[in-house]
Each structure stands twice: as C-alpha cells, then as structure tokens.
Design a protein around this ligand. Structure first.
Ligand code: ADP
Ligand code: MG
Length: 388
C-alpha cells in the first residue's frame, strides 16, 4: 500500500507500490496517457471490488464483434463468516482480509478466463462509496498492477456497478428505465437515461431496505447478515399476523424511511418476551418482509407513473429477495412494465459489476482510462455528484 492521508472531504489518496509477486522485470514508465477504445477490437477489463465485506474480481470483455458485454470469469470471497462473530462488519478486519484475497482471486479469474495479464486492456476498481481502508486495498492493488503492466486504470462508482449489473443477465434491459437500487447501504429510485445519465427520484431518509432486513433479523436472533435468513424464515410465516408500519407509503413523494419499522419490530420482540415458538418468529419475519416489500413495490410503481417509463431495473442485494421479485413481477405485469434483475449471484457486491460499469463507460465514451496511478478513494460519494 502507498502512504495515505485522510482528507477533510472524505477523499483518501495514495500512491502505489507494486506487489513484488506481480513485478515484471522492468516497470514501464507511465505517461498519464489516455486509453482509446477501438471499435474494431474488443476491450478486456479486469474489475476489482473491495468496498465492504466482499472481495470480488472479474474479467469482462466488450466491443469488437460482441453484441453484449461478456463475463469471462469472476471470483468472490465473502467475509461474512469472519464478521459474523462480531454481529457486523469490522472495518480493519475487512481491509486486512481484502489484502489477503485480492491477488489470488485475480490469478483465479485470469486462469478461468484463459487470459494473461498482458492481454488486459484496462484495470478497473471501486473508488467509492464504501469503507476507506477496504477501498484503499482495491485501489492500491489495481493501480500497482496497472503501473507494473503499463496499463490504464479506471475508477468506478460502486452504485453505478449495481445499477448496470442487469446488463450481464440473460435478459438485459434497454435504456431508459427506472432503477430501484436496494442494497445494505442504499435505497434509491433513479431515472436512468443512459450510461452516466442518472437522476435521483427518491431515496431513504434513514435506514436502507437491506439495513431494515438486517436489523430486524438481528432483533429476532437470526444473526448477520440477516436479510437472507429473515426471508427464508418468512416463507413459513403469516404475513398478516402482525400489523407493522409502512413508513412514508402515502407521502406522495418517492422517498423511503425504514427506521420506524425496526422500532416496531423491536416493540413486538419485547412484547413477545422469552422464547416464543418458531411459528411466532416466522410470522414476525413474514410480516416484516411484507412491510418492506409493499413499500418498495408501491414506490417503484409511483416512480414508473411519474416518469411514464415502462421498464424497471432492480439492483443491489435486496433484489435477491424472492418475495420482492414476486410482488414486483405481478404488479408490473398488470401495467405492461418489464422488470429486469441481475443474475441472482450478481445481486450482492461483486467484481463483475465493476468491470462491466468500466467497460460500459468506456464504450459509451463517458470515461477514459488513464495511466495515472495516483489513487483517490471516496468513502462517501453520491451517484448524483458523479461526472457523466
Ligand atoms: P452493500 O453494497 O450496501 O454492501 P449489497 O448490495 O452487497 O449491499 O447487499 C447486501 C444486503 O442485501 C444486505 O443488507 C443483505 O441482508 C441483503 N440481502 C441479500 N439477500 C437478501 C434476500 N434474499 N432478502 C433480503 N435481503 C437480502
Ligand atoms: Mg453493494
């Protein structure tokens, strides 16, 4: 890792030092030059994601004779088991684990994809938002590797990765669309008119939907991260058993609020006291999930009405929730709206979406990869402030 200085505005910068295991005989001098994407040949992007508790590396190819971006290989290491003992992500442990995992994962995807380091055209990494230390690992490795190989780098916005991830699915969307971005840290409705053309329609004013799942699950003793566990338990419960609040459902705008729901779940848990039977927990899980899903579905429909769009893209970890998919599919089918999702294994954080976002930005002429290896991570970074 290079030396780092936390800056007042949340940016953290560094300069790479090259990991010795990747160091070629001589490091080419970089010249700050830009990478030009050619319309004749394809472009091969290595993407590195390290914003939170997943180390993801992937190879994506675009352009040339390819009609759609192709995911050649991707590898992921989840730190969930490591953080579970603490009930949440421990930032310093996350950074250290990214350091251990990222280079073996890069080796793995190159081998799986049948490509060599020399064949890479661009190395992309998550610049933010996320945990500063964790982001610095991905940025440092990407820039060091690129410097050693004399290849250009491209920093990527993590949420843009989520937003564009359905373009790697078997049923990719077309622009424009409304996007419901539902992850552990974000809940937003966006109007997406093209690559880099994002208008925020509404967002949560407190907890994210994933956070509502996770915090409610924790209150029910379901461990960390609770979203998938709560959704599994909900399958056996009665969603009408508990009347839980649907915050801001009738607010008339496209904002969300989930903090009150968590408080209502806490009140129910206290009322239940002791160790209620399994069915009671399943009913509470089903009622909680129903409250979150109803708000997400109704606000998405409102966003479609407000924009007049007939296409919805759902991205982020909560997009893996089966009940959300079922309710959205049913409601959208009635209105002639098409819904697109990322492949299930690409809903949560991964390197494929980072390589894809870089590839799509390059292809759309919205970004240029540079041989400028001074890196700058952005732990807090609105997609709205993102240069188109
Ligand atoms: P972030 O990028 O903010 O870390 P991710 O996009 O990786 O978030 O998604 C993680 C979130 O998704 C967690 O809050 C997790 O509980 C939630 N999640 C994952 N699968 C499901 C599911 N099946 N049902 C509900 N929530 C889920
Ligand atoms: Mg994410």
């Amino acid at each position: 890792m290079g030396s780092t200085n936390p800056l007042a505005d949340g940016h953290v910068v560094g300069r790479p030092c090259v990991p010795s295991c990747w160091m070629p005989e001589a490091i080419s001098r970089h010249n700050g030059g830009l990478m030009q994407i050619s319309s004749n040949s394809s472009t091969l992007v290595l993407g590195i994601e390290s914003s939170c508790d997943e180390t993801g590396v992937a190879l994506v190819e675009v352009g040339g004779s390819l009609a759609q971006p192709q995911l050649l290989a991707h590898a992921l290491h989840s730190q969930i088991d490591m953080h579970r003992a603490y009930g949440g992500v421990v930032p310093e442990l996350a950074s250290r684990d990214h350091i251990r995992r990222v280079i073996p994962l890069a080796r793995q995807v190159l081998e799986q994809g049948g490509r060599t380091l020399e064949q890479l055209d661009v190395i992309a990494y998550t610049q933010g938002p996320g945990l500063a230390g964790a982001l610095l690992v991905g940025a440092g490795v990407a820039c060091s590797l690129a410097a050693a190989l004399d290849k250009p780098v491209l920093p990527v916005h993590h949420l843009e990765g989520h937003l564009l991830s359905p373009f790697l699915s078997a049923d990719p969307p077309e622009f424009p669309f409304v996007a419901l971005l539902v992850s552990g840290g974000h809940t937003q409705l966006m109007q997406v008119d093209g690559v880099g053309r994002y208008t925020l329609l509404g967002e949560t004013i407190d907890d994210a939907a994933g956070e509502a799942f996770d915090k409610s699950a924790k209150l029910m003793g379901l461990g960390y991260p609770g979203g998938p566990a709560l959704s599994r338990l909900a399958e056996f419960g009665d969603a009408q058993a508990y009347k839980l609040p649907r915050p801001l459902l009738h607010s008339g705008d496209l904002d969300f609020s989930f903090a009150g729901l968590k408080t209502a779940v806490l009140a129910q848990v206290k009322k239940l006291g002791g160790q209620p039977c399994d069915q009671v927990w399943a009913d509470l899980a089903a009622s909680t999930q129903a409250a979150i899903v109803e708000v997400l579905v109704k606000k998405s429909l409102r966003a479609l009405d407000a924009t007049g769009m007939k296409r919805l893209v759902v991205a982020g970890g909560v997009g893996a929730n089966a009940s959300l998919r079922q309710e959205l599919n049913a409601a959208c089918a009635k209105r002639g709206v098409r819904v697109h999702y990322p492949e299930l294994h690409l809903c949560t954080d991964n390197g494929a979406m980072i390589a894809l976002a870089a590839a799509m930005r390059l292809q759309a002429g919205k970004a240029q990869a540079r041989k400028d290896y001074a890196f700058d991570v952005r732990p807090r970074w609105d997609l709205q402030q993102f240069e188109a």
